[in-house]
Write a protein that binds this ligand. Structure first.
Ligand SMILES: *Cc1c(COP(=O)(O)O)cnc(C)c1O
Length: 388
């Protein structure tokens, strides 16, 4: 048999062991674990929609009418009206010709990169991209070329060196461990100049960034044209700020049709339950009409950053609800997180190799359901902990 025990023990010794907590309360900034209530700073439910009454109602209604499971994949009769309505609403909202639903963002990234690139092609990726973009590129068998974080001149050199093959620039919109933004305007320009595709994974930006909540594409002047000319394709998840589950890709008619024909992680998997699509539809509406959620969240991010500056707590360049605090060592990051936990605060330590050695950190995420007092409690505890 395999010897897994020494491998697991080595992980433990290296301080890299991962373990799960079981919560006994619904998703909220206050969660109950092992009978104790914690104030949580580690959810991606940025707008506080996961347990919103309108979503719960929409999902319940849909379950009553449509049952629970989709029963089959989208191509084999699993595609129903709730899916179709959501896809159309998302395409409209994004200003793209079409949108295509996926069961997860991970699967969407696999489908996009494997359908649009093959052996002869090149995929250029930011060094700090999400694991699912890396995995998609590996699975596509294209040449994977990574450029230093946000380094557009390095990207330009890579693109010029590889004329001829089909080229894709793939990047997180908001980087999941750092919270900073991809330079989308420059990436799009490079895509046009080099006849490449700019594929943006906006898992953490959708519903959070921009006046309307379209995400990173709202921070620059994107139009349907960018999608229809085949230079822009975007992926957004529905399990983070939208509070549900699943993901979608927005793009041109041709791009989306190619994903339907060739995306193995689209074709060979069961469709989302229709009620999950109905809940996402309701979430999209709530997100649009309750703009105060996004505004309040933006205010809390500002409050957090100002308070950290006043307390001399060093921050990264993030302007998003992902606010990392660098600790710089695995054991210390875990120890600080543990101290916070003893004080009823839930914050995760992100260790190397998930982030570069020396940049081990606490990853703090803010939600519209936090208030300024919650942030004060966290920062007081951090200051005490750092002094100890
Ligand atoms: C969470 C995340 C994904 C995966 O989305 P799921 O729907 O959870 O599979 C993909 N990319 C990025 C950047 C993410 O943060």
């Amino acid at each position: 048999m395999f010897d897994l025990s020494s491998q697991l023990a080595a992980r433990k010794d290296a301080g890299l062991y991962r373990s799960r907590m079981t919560s006994s309360s619904p998703q909220d900034v206050r969660v109950v674990i092992d009978g104790r209530e914690y104030l949580s700073f580690c959810s991606n439910d940025y707008l506080g929609l996961a347990a919103h009454p309108e979503l719960i109602h929409a999902m319940g209604e849909c379950v009553s009418g449509w049952g629970v499971g989709a029963g089959a994949s989208h191509l084999l009769a699993g595609h129903s009206e709730p899916h179709e309505e959501l896809e159309q609403a998302l395409a409209n909202f994004m200003g793209a010709e079409r949108a295509l639903l996926f069961s997860t963002g991970y699967m969407a990234n696999l489908a996009v990169l494997t359908s649009l690139a093959g052996r002869a092609d090149v995929i250029h990726q930011d060094k700090l991209n999400h694991a699912s973009l890396i995995d998609g590129a590996l699975l596509s068998r294209a040449s994977l070329q990574r450029y230093p974080h946000l380094d557009m001149s390095a990207l330009a050199r890579q693109l010029e060196a590889d004329n001829g093959a089909r080229q894709i620039i793939a990047s997180d919109g908001v980087f999941s461990m750092d919270g900073d933004l991809a330079p989308l305007a420059e990436m799009l320009e490079l895509s046009r100049e080099n006849d490449a595709l700019c594929y943006i994974d906006d898992a953490h930006g959708f519903a959070v960034l921009g006046e309307q909540g379209r995400g990173i594409v709202d921070t620059i002047d994107t139009r349907c044209k960018d999608y229809s000319e085949g230079h822009l394709l975007s992926m957004c998840t529905l399990g983070k700020a939208i509070g549900c589950f699943g993901a979608f890709v927005a793009g041109s008619e041709e791009m989306i049709e190619t994903l339907i024909q060739q995306g193995r992680s689209y074709i060979y998997t069961t469709a989302l339950p229709p009620a999950v699509a109905a809940a996402s539809y309701a979430a999209l509406e709530v997100m649009m009409k309750e703009g105060w959620r996004r505004e309040k969240l933006g205010g809390l991010v500002e409050y957090f950053k100002t308070a950290c500056r006043q307390r001399n707590i060093p921050l990264l360049a993030s302007t998003t609800p992902i606010q990392p605090i660098i600790i710089g060592d695995n054991d210390r990051a875990v120890a600080v997180a543990e101290t916070l936990k003893q004080q009823g605060l839930l914050v995760f330590a992100i260790r190397s190799p998930t982030v570069a050695a020396g940049s081990e950190r606490l990853r703090i995420t803010l939600s519209a359901t936090h208030d300024e007092g919650d942030i004060d409690v966290l920062l007081d505890a951090l200051e005490d902990g750092a002094a100890a």
